[in-house]
Design a protein around this ligand. Structure first.
Ligand code: ADP
Length: 624
């Protein structure tokens, strides 16, 4: 067997193999695209069978058989056009013109099949064949360019095969007009191009499993490349949107939709805001989830009349839906919407299944991360509760012990000598420690109110200057110098109890954390239309690392010795809530331990409506 015969036999065998594979696929999945592919390769297989019988085995075939072969040959561009229509869409007029052309060709072949047709008719037949074949080739190349995912690679192979077919047609035409020796060279080239053509079609229409996997791999890898980061996105909705985008890109379709099972109802529900690029959840997606199997619908509008509107709005023709499951657990469904029925639906289904599996892994990881966060939050809450209990117990125990000890002492003395003079100092100590106890309990109750958001009560007009002066006078700090600057009235609408608590707390802290004889400066003024309260001391200062945490619950500075300075670390937490719930801001400044510190509160001055009117009226009367 010489080289060109080998090439021809190989080409013919490959065409026959493609036909068998495509036919088996059609029997298993009788879809229009599969049927059209079977017709196309069936026609080629029959033409080749006839060539074999006549050339290789020198068997003469009858005139009817030859007529059939001629018709099949002329029908090839039309059959290819049907395939083009399946995956890229062909204008109806072109389809109709091609069908009429084919019918006319069959009639002409029938009339002239014993004799030579006139030259003009022959030219017309050739023109019909060549133009239609070229149109197919261009349409397939275009479809290959605009498709995506694995389909794109298969379409590229089909396009390559079709370009070779176009070349063969041109060569066949040229051979008729070339001298004999040049014809031999052209035939050699044609044999090679024929092999390329069949290889292109083989790869496109019947790719071996390993090649499909090799094509799926980069798509999956690019999907997974993005997927690694997905479980850590802030919300499940963002994860789902990314998964949808990834699935649509990998499958080369317009849009994909993921709906998840609602924990409470067990029903399928879209996640977050509806995806603007995808149709709303349709019947196919719901069925795929309910029946837990993948479903492909090539004519979605016919299959699901209830969803016609959404299909029309999004230009959807086919739907492919795959359930997303993790083991036994039904997580949701991945639905892929395409403008045209995918030509290689089995490949797309396989890839969609792989993507759904990956989506399941990602959603599961997310659920695990959420669970871990919940566990951590529970642990943190438990830890805070422990901190709280130990801090509260410790701080309450100290004054309580003092009160009990002092009371027992007084009781013993009274029993021993009922007429002895009253121990005023002892009683004062009991009162002082009880007051401390009361304040600690109040702080604890206030923390609860902060958490419930019910800290601030009714507001009334309060003059902060007056309040600051009163508070500084009330504060018993005989060993400290208190300098108060509060000249002009700073009146605004505040909760009087809470705002007094804020001022008291800042002044008390300034005294508490300053050495004896230290100076505390307090000032209130109006700045940029807001009240600005500042309390500055020259005490122990605040380490830089503590400043950001100073206003957190139970936080005490690392330079604070618990035995020297009593407290639970709740005062500033409450102060911050008071200021913020008045619409203001509270912060601390210090250059570090031993350098003193200052606390600043900015409070918007909100006047009641009646006072606003009075102020405006007052301003008006001045102008008058
Ligand atoms: P407590 O005083 O009961 O610890 P606070 O919430 O009032 O609780 O204060 C929290 C922490 O802020 C204090 O433990 C202390 O470390 C720091 N702090 C507050 N005021 C001052 C101040 N004037 N000077 C230095 N540190 C202060």
């Amino acid at each position: 067997m010489n080289a060109d015969v080998f090439l021809q036999v190989l080409t013919q065998a490959l065409f026959a193999l493609i036909f068998i594979i495509v036919l088996v696929g059609t029997i298993r999945h009788p879809r229009l695209a599969n049927v059209d592919a079977s017709l196309f390769f069936g026609a080629i297989a029959l033409i080749l069978a006839e060539t074999w019988l006549t050339e290789a085995f020198k068997l003469g075939t009858g005139p009817i058989w030859r007529f059939i072969v001629e018709v099949l040959l002329m029908a090839l561009p039309y059959l290819l056009l049907r395939l083009v229509d399946d995956f890229a869409g062909v204008r109806q007029e072109i389809s109709r013109a091609a069908a009429i052309g084919l019918a006319a060709t069959v009639v002409l072949l029938a009339i002239f099949h014993q004799a030579h047709p006139p030259r003009v008719l022959l030219l017309l037949l050739v023109a019909y064949f060549v133009i239609l074949a070229m149109y197919d080739a261009i349409a397939i190349v275009r479809a290959a360019v605009y498709s995506g995912g694995v389909t794109r690679r298969r379409m590229q192979a089909v396009a390559a095969g079709t370009i070779c077919l176009g070349f063969l047609i041109v060569v066949a035409g040229a051979t008729a007009f070339t001298p004999k020796d040049a014809g031999g060279l052209l035939r050699g080239i044609s044999d090679v191009v024929s092999l390329c053509c069949v290889l292109g079609y083989f790869i496109g229409f019947a790719p071996p499993g390993w090649l499909r996997h090799a094509w799926q791999e980069p798509e999956l890898r690019s999907f997974l490349g993005r997927a690694a980061e997905l479980p850590r996105l802030p919300t499940t909705e963002q994860i789902v949107r990314e998964l949808e985008r990834g699935a649509a890109a990998s499958l080369g379709v317009r849009s994909a939709l993921i709906a998840l099972r609602d924990e409470s109802t067990g029903e399928l529900a879209p996640v977050g805001e509806p995806n603007p690029e995808a149709p709303s959840l349709d019947t196919t997606a719901r069925r795929a989830f309910a029946e837990q199997r993948e479903i492909f619908v090539s004519n979605a509008a016919r299959e699901n009349p209830a969803d016609v509107e959404t299909y029309l709005a999004e230009g959807v023709n086919s739907v492919l839906a795959v359930p997303i499951t993790a083991g036994e657990e039904r997580l949701g469904v991945l639905a892929v919407y395409a403008a045209r029925s995918p030509i290689f639906a089995e490949d797309d289904l396989t890839l969609a299944r792989l993507l759904a599996d990956q989506a399941a892994v990602i959603l599961e990881s997310r659920a695990l991360i959420d669970e871990a966060t919940r566990v951590r939050a529970r642990e943190e809450a438990a830890r805070l509760k422990d901190d709280f209990l130990s801090a509260a117990a410790h701080d309450l125990k100290t004054p309580l012990t003092a009160v009990i000890a002092q009371a027992q002492l007084l009781e013993r003395r009274a029993r021993r000598d009922p007429l002895a003079p009253t121990d005023v100092g002892g009683l004062q100590r009991i009162v002082r420690e009880s007051d401390r106890l009361r304040r600690l309990v109040t702080e604890l109750l206030d923390v609860r109110r902060v958490e419930q958001g019910s800290l601030i009560g009714p507001r009334e007009t309060v003059d902060l200057s007056e309040l600051l002066r009163e508070s500084s006078e009330r504060l018993v700090a005989p060993r400290h110098t208190m300098v108060v600057t509060a000249c002009e009235p700073v009146a605004g609408e505040f909760d009087p109890i809470r705002i007094a608590q804020l001022v008291d707390n800042l002044l008390e802290n300034a005294v508490k954390y300053s050495p004896e004889g230290g100076e505390v400066r307090a000032e209130v003024r109006i700045e940029d239309g807001a009240a600005h309260l500042t309390v500055t001391d020259c005490g122990i200062g605040i380490p830089t690392g503590d400043i950001p945490h100073l206003f957190e619950r139970f936080h005490r500075g690392s330079n604070v010795d618990d035995r020297r300075f009593s407290g639970m670390g709740l005062g500033l937490f409450i102060c911050k809530a008071i200021v913020e719930q008045h619409g203001g801001r509270l912060w601390a400044e210090s250059d570090g331990p031993g350098t003193g510190s200052s606390f600043h509160a900015i409070l918007p001055i909100v006047m009641s409506q009646t006072e606003d009117i009075a102020a405006i009226a007052g301003a008006g009367s001045v102008n008058d």
